[in-house]
Design a protein around this ligand. Structure first.
Ligand SMILES: *Cc1c(COP(=O)(O)O)cnc(C)c1O
Length: 400
């Protein structure tokens, strides 16, 4: 029996879970088709169809399915030319997966603070690092402090809202760096009218249980670069060189998505626009219901962005609200309402101790003050009202 703290698990006993999958379309019939025909494993028509529908939806030429979003990031880093011993600039306020993927590639993360308005990677910190802390030597861009080559930018679009890509792309061009987008939380969002995932050189999606759509577990790499797409497929299928003979020139990975998972993905893609519309409605309702509450700042949407509203998050300023975000988390939990803090910033993570960070103060504040609220696509109006009423009732209730 799943517990409500697991992503994708339904809370039992009348509770309200944070974010559960919306399995309401052709999932059963497509999966049955896989089982009936015996096409259950890592090749099959649903894998091709899922890749095709993702590429078409995002607007890239190619898509390569992978077993999860983390493996997509690992392969994307390798395909983009990140080598062992390199450094990659990555958001500090993120789920740990992209930082781990950098380490899988043998490279080192340099963490970049968030900006205070939309909580995304701050392009000014990236500029400061590249312009003031790096130098060219023999045509190679190096971090002056470590001597390591800087070889890629990895912005993470968090919580469904895009990073401000234009200044990052300008820096990437100026310094000759590829942009690898972690778009795992951002499928269906757009940046200046274009879908997130086509704004960099290569991008990764995730279909984990708590993402905007799910295949149980799964991932996807998208790119316009044919050589990179071919190499991504090659590396993710054990780098097999010959269609018949088992011969390999290099070490690859078993990172392929199964046809069964892709079948679920095809059914989920058919519902994506409806899911996003529902989640945007939920976000709008939260914004208006919580607008006048002192100390509560709902996450904002930039004029240049359309969020997919994946995980609706509020900032709780303890003095003005009367409780800290964690006190609110505990109090809501006692009423059966599941909320979630943001991730410990990577520059605070013991797993990545010793890594450099540019700034970090904004991420620290957001980590301590932010809370994600229940926002499943299927959240009913009365359930949402229960959440907003509970928050209103807890506001200003400081113990004497
Ligand atoms: C979910 C997530 C991932 C990893 O995806 P998995 O499919 O769980 O491996 C990577 N980056 C971010 C920011 C995520 O939220």
């Amino acid at each position: 029996m799943p517990t409500p703290s697991e992503p994708g698990a339904r809370a039992s006993g009348g509770g309200i879970a944070l974010c559960v999958p919306e399995i309401a379309g052709n999932e059963w019939s497509y999966v049955k088709d896989c089982l009936d025909t015996g096409w259950v494993s890592s090749v099959g028509a649903y894998v091709d169809r899922f890749e095709g529908s993702l590429a078409e939806y995002v607007g890239t030429k190619f898509a390569v399915a992978t077993v999860n979003g983390t493996s997509a990031l690992h392969v994307a880093l390798r395909v983009a030319g990140v080598e062992p011993g390199d450094e990659v600039l990555v958001s500090t306020l993120t789920f740990i997966a992209p930082a781990n993927a950098i380490r899988y590639a043998g490279a080192w993360p340099v963490f970049i603070d968030a900006e205070p308005e939309f909580w995304q990677m701050d392009p000014q910190c990236v500029a400061d690092f590249l312009e003031k802390q790096c130098a060219w030597s023999d045509g190679v861009l190096r971090n002056r402090a470590t001597g390591r080559r800087v070889s890629a930018l990895l912005p993470v679009h968090i919580l469904g809202h895009p990073v401000d890509l234009d200044p990052l792309r300008a820096l990437a061009r100026k310094f000759g760096l590829p942009v690898i987008e972690d778009a795992t939380e951002c499928l269906g969002a757009s940046y200046r009218g274009e879908r997130v995932g086509r704004g960099g050189d290569i991008a990764c999606f995730s279909f984990n249980g708590n993402k905007i759509i799910t295949t149980g577990g799964g991932g996807m790499i998208v790119t316009d670069n044919e050589a990179w797409a071919t190499r991504a497929k090659y590396l993710s299928t054990q780098a097999k060189d010959d269609p018949v003979e088992y011969k390999h020139r290099e070490i690859g990975y078993n990172y392929r998505l199964t046809n069964i998972q892709a079948a679920i993905g095809c059914a989920q893609m058919e519902q994506l626009d409806g899911i996003i519309a529902a989640k945007r409605r939920i976000a709008a309702t939260y914004r208006s219901a919580l607008a006048d509450l002192p100390g509560v700042t709902p996450m904002r949407e930039a004029a240049w962005a359309a969020s997919n509203a994946w995980l609706f998050t509020v900032r709780i300023e303890p003095m003005a609200f009367g409780r800290s975000s964690r006190e609110l988390l505990a109090a809501l939990g006692r009423e059966g309402i599941q909320t979630r803090p943001l991730w410990q910033p990577m520059h605070r993570s013991a797993a990545h101790a010793g890594s450099q960070c540019v700034g970090g103060e904004i991420a620290d504040v957001l980590w301590s003050e932010c809370l994600s609220l229940p926002c499943s696509a299927g959240l009913s109006a009365s359930e949402q009202e229960r959440v907003t009423t509970a928050i209103q009732n807890l506001a200003g209730a400081t113990a004497p």
